[in-house]
Design a protein around this ligand. Structure first.
Ligand code: C2O
Ligand code: CU
Length: 487
């Protein structure tokens, strides 16, 4: 990873320079010229630390503090994903993953988006509770046609690890590389020795072809979504680049997202102690330790990794496969390793801030969402409550309503259920769930099971809700929920 770490550091250095250039004349003038009357000093800007991983962290083009202005261009680009794997991908700014966007809570993000593909697209800011006008829903915002542009503009409401991707033909556009990370920081975020941004993906390739296989042609893909045959980390085949480096005693924050079309990742970290700081957006009240991270598509995990011993630390993805006899076996695939050099330092974890748990709210309504699959003359279709690609709103709620949603999966394949623009908590018999604590926007509903969530419909608008297995969404597992603004 040598070259790319250097790139990341260089880019961050540029970001920092841009920040200090961008400060209002106050600092310099006050020191040298008492004629300049400043009533109130501008708020100290939260520094954005280096981010390891993304080839590029977008430079803020706007010197004003509080505004992050960037340019994203959707374009075809020939990309080398690994040895002998060079494909024409769909990209943001010619990169897979797209460049990371780094912002602070309260910043206004302005994205000048240009679509240089030959097909329409939009950008959805997965996990952000912003206005529905800016959410990339192609039924609200007209899709950005080939050759056209659009300006996304929103104020970032909360800190966390988010990501962005298209919401038009997303099973193709995301598979072919259109995804990027959006990292938002607030003053409560502790400082770590390093923050790593890790986008995990898989991709289906045909080793005998220079093209990616056509979509939705096979029964397994229709039933389970497209599972790839090559795991990617930050757009590169795993093992393709050199390991990361660290020193004993250091503590890092890894911000991970699963951008695959369908594959739930089962992750472990060996050789270091780690705990979960956040799932999806918000910081957890109580970080927790676990042996495995189950990461459905769309989900983010923020993990604190403490190097308490020297040696090799390994992030492993445990992939299910069939052995020669047809039995299902778990194969551990090393995704990423860090070589930890010895030192006399011992681990000092930064203090985790005091996070107040959201106040308990009484449930105003209960609804059911039933996931099923049917055969129609158009082929196999996926349904929510008996309808594929429902035109009318699935539900209409009032702003501020608290709704218990029972998610019922009537079939074998699992569904990572995703709700735009709101947060929910997973509950179990009315209790906050311990396996998936915190405020989520994505939850896995395993085959033939039920999951209950309590959703807080605090953000008015029209919101997509769908399965994040992109083939399921494409085949009908897509609906909208309307939240009417309070008077
Ligand atoms: Cu990543 Cu509609 O979502
Ligand atoms: Cu699904």
């Amino acid at each position: 990873m040598f070259t790319r770490s250097v790139l990341a550091i260089l880019t961050s250095a540029l970001v920092l320079t841009a920040c200090s250039d961008s400060e209002p004349p106050f600092a310099a003038d006050a020191a040298t010229d008492s004629m300049v009357m400043i009533e109130e000093p501008p708020p100290a800007e939260l520094l954005l630390p280096d981010l390891w991983g993304p080839a590029v962290v977008l430079d803020d083009e706007n010197p004003e503090p509080g505004i992050v202005e960037v340019t994203l261009t959707a374009q075809y680009q020939t990309i080398t994903l690994g040895d002998g794997m060079t494909y024409e991908m769909m990209t943001y700014n010619g990169l897979v993953p797209g460049p990371a966007i780094h912002a602070r809570v309260g910043d206004e993000v302005v994205v000048h988006f240009q679509n240089n593909l030959d097909q329409p697209t939009t950008i959805h800011w997965h996990g952000l509770r912003i206005s529905d006008q800016m959410d990339g829903n192609p039924r609200i915002q007209n899709p950005v046609e080939a050759g056209e542009s659009f300006e996304y503009r929103y104020v970032v409401p909360e800190a966390g690890t988010f990501w962005y991707h298209p919401h038009v033909r997303e099973h193709i556009q995301i598979e072919r590389g259109m995804y990027g990370m959006l990292i938002v920081r607030d003053e409560l975020d502790p400082e770590y020795d390093l923050e790593r941004a890790i986008a995990l993906d898989d991709i289906l390739i045909d080793p005998d072809s220079e093209y990616l296989p056509p979509h939705l042609m096979s029964h397994p893909e229709i039933m389970h979504g497209r599972n790839g045959n090559v795991l990617l980390m930050n757009g590169r085949e795993i093992g393709y680049e050199a390991p990361g480096t660290a020193t004993r005693g250091q503590v890092e924050r890894w911000r991970m997202v699963n951008t695959a079309n369908a594959r739930t990742m089962e992750l472990s970290i060996e050789g270091a102690s780690f705990r979960v700081l956040a799932l999806d957006g918000g910081k957890l009240v109580t970080p927790y330790e676990t042996a495995r991270l189950q990461m459905p598509v769309g989900r983010r995990f923020d993990v604190e990794v403490a190097y308490d011993t020297a040696g090799t630390v390994e992030l492993t993805s445990h992939v299910l496969s069939r052995d020669a006899t047809g039995d299902i076996v778990e194969i551990p695939l090393p995704v990423f390793t860090v070589e930890v050099a010895d030192s006399t330092e011992t681990v000092q974890r930064p203090e985790w801030p005091t996070i107040s748990a959201p106040a308990a709210r009484t449930v105003d309504r209960e609804v059911e969402l039933v996931f099923d699959v049917v055969n129609t003359e158009m082929g196999t279709m996926w349904q929510i409550n008996g309808v594929s690609h429902r035109e009318e709103p699935l539900f209409t709620f009032q702003e501020g309503e608290t709704v218990r949603m029972r998610l019922r999966n009537l079939v074998g394949p699992e569904h990572p259920f995703h709700l735009h623009g709101q947060w929910f908590e997973v509950v179990n018999n009315g209790q906050r769930h311990t396996d998936a604590p915190g405020m989520l926007d994505t939850v896995l509903v395993p085959g033939l099971e039920e999951v209950e969530v309590i959703a807080y419909f605090d953000n008015p608008g029209t919101w997509m809700t769908h399965c994040h297995i992109l083939e399921h969404a494409q085949l009908g597992m897509m609906a909208e929920i309307v939240v009417e603004p309070a008077e």
